[in-house]
Design a binder for this molecule. Structure first.
Ligand code: DAH
Length: 335
C-alpha cells in the first residue's frame, strides 16, 4: 500500500507539472482528488489493511492529499494569473492608477494672476480682516454715518460698529495707519454685500491697490492700470477711463474695457454699449489722509479696486456669476 501511495504521488506530481493550460486543471482534479479519484479510492481502501499497517498508511495518504491539494492550488493560481505564481506575475510595466488630484478654483487662479502682475510692478501683497470695523470700512474712507453713498453698498451689519467688509478699500486705511510713504500695496480678498442675481453674489472678491508717494499723478494711475489690463487681456485690448465718483478718491474714474464678447460691436453682455466696466479708481482724497496723519501737501497717490469675478467672467466667457460658488464639479473641472 505504501509503495502504491508513493507511486501515485509521483505520477500525479508529474502530470500536474505537465499541465500548461487552465483547461487541464479540472480533469486532473477529478482524476486524483475528486470523490471517485485515485487518491480518494485508495484512502477508502485503507479499511482493508491490517490494524498494524493502517495508521502508517493512513498518515501517509493524508500527507499526500494535503501536498497534492496545495500544489494543485498553486498551479491553478499560476495558470490563471498567467505567471509563475510568485511576484514576477505582477506586470510592473503597467501604467499606475492616477490618484485623483484637485486643482485651483478659477477665482483663485485669477487672483494669483492679478497679484503676480502687480508684484512685478513693485506692489506688495497685504491682507486685512473680513469682519471689519465701521470706522475702516466707511468712516475713514470719507463715508460718515449719514453719507448717502453708504446706500450704494448693501451692508451686512454684525453690530452697530462692526460689518462684513463691503469692499477691500478699508485695507488702504489700515496700511497707511502703520506705514509712512512711499507705499505701494495690493490687497486681495473676499467682500460681502446683500445682493444676489446673475451678476451679484453675497460674497465676491476684489483686489485693492494703493500707491502713495511724493508727486504721484493721475498719469501714473492711467499708466499702471493700462499696463495691468494689457497684461491681463492682451496688449490690443482697448480701454477707457470714465469720470465717476467715490467718496475716498478725487478725481475718480471707472475703467471700461472693450467688450471681449462682441469686440465692441454691442451685445447683451455689454448692454449694447460695446464697453464693460472692470474697476474703480482715483486719486486718494486728501480727506482720507487726514484720518491717517499723512501730510496731503507733501504726498499724493492713487487707489483702485478690481472686481475679480468680473475679470474671471470676461476671461473665461462665463455669463452667470453664481456658477463660481455652486461647487458643481462639471463646471469646476473645466479649469
Ligand atoms: N471700493 C470700491 C467699490 O467696491 C471700488 C474702488 C473705487 C476702490 C475706487 C478704490 C477706488 O480703491 O479708488 O465699489
Amino acid at each position: 500500500m505504501k509503495d502504491q501511495l508513493l507511486e501515485l504521488e509521483k505520477r500525479a506530481g508529474d502530470e500536474l507539472n505537465a499541465i500548461d493550460d487552465p483547461s487541464g486543471l479540472e480533469p486532473f482534479r477529478i482524476k486524483y482528488l475528486g470523490k471517485k479519484g485515485a487518491l480518494t479510492s485508495m484512502m477508502k481502501s485503507l479499511g482493508t489493511l491490517s490494524r498494524e499497517e493502517r495508521p502508517e498508511a493512513g498518515k501517509l495518504a493524508n500527507q499526500i492529499k494535503v501536498n497534492l491539494s496545495r500544489r494543485f492550488e498553486e498551479t491553478k493560481i499560476s495558470l490563471e494569473t498567467g505567471g509563475s505564481g510568485d511576484d514576477a506575475s505582477v506586470d510592473v510595466t503597467l501604467p499606475g492608477r492616477e490618484p485623483l488630484c484637485g486643482h485651483l478654483h478659477p477665482i483663485t487662479t485669477v487672483i494669483k494672476e492679478v497679484c503676480l502682475i502687480f508684484s512685478r510692478m513693485g506692489f506688495r501683497v497685504v491682507k486685512g480682516p473680513n469682519v471689519e470695523l465701521d470706522y475702516y470700512n466707511f468712516e475713514a474712507l470719507n463715508l460718515p454715518k449719514d453719507h448717502p453713498a453708504r446706500d450704494m453698498q448693501d451692508t451686512f451689519y454684525i453690530s452697530d460698529n462692526v460689518v462684513l467688509r463691503t469692499h477691500t478699500s478699508p485695507v488702504q486705511v489700515r496700511v497707511m495707519e502703520t506705514q509712512t510713504p512711499p507705499v505701494s500695496v495690493i490687497a486681495p480678498g473676499k467682500v460681502y454685500r446683500r445682493d444676489s442675481d446673475v451678476s451679484h453674489t453675497p460674497m465676491f472678491h476684489q483686489v485693492e491697490g494703493l500707491l502713495v508717494d511724493r508727486d504721484v499723478s493721475f498719469g501714473e494711475l492711467k499708466g499702471t492700470l493700462t499696463s495691468f489690463i494689457h497684461q491681463m487681456f492682451g496688449s490690443h485690448t482697448r480701454l477707457r477711463f470714465r469720470p465717476s465718483f467715490f467718496p475716498f478718491t478725487e478725481p475718480s474714474a471707472e475703467v471700461d474695457i472693450e467688450c471681449v464678447i462682441c469686440g465692441g460691436e454691442g451685445c447683451r453682455t455689454c448692454s449694447q454699449t460695446g464697453w464693460l466696466e472692470i474697476l474703480g479708481s482715483g486719486m486718494v482724497d486728501p480727506e482720507v489722509y487726514g484720518f491717517v496723519d499723512y501730510d496731503s501737501d507733501l504726498y499724493s497717490g492713487f487707489a483702485f479696486g478690481i472686481g475679480i469675478e468680473r475679470i474671471a467672467m470676461l476671461k473665461y466667457g462665463i455669463d452667470d456669476i453664481q456658477l463660481f460658488f455652486k461647487n458643481d464639479m462639471r463646471f469646476l473641472n473645466q479649469f
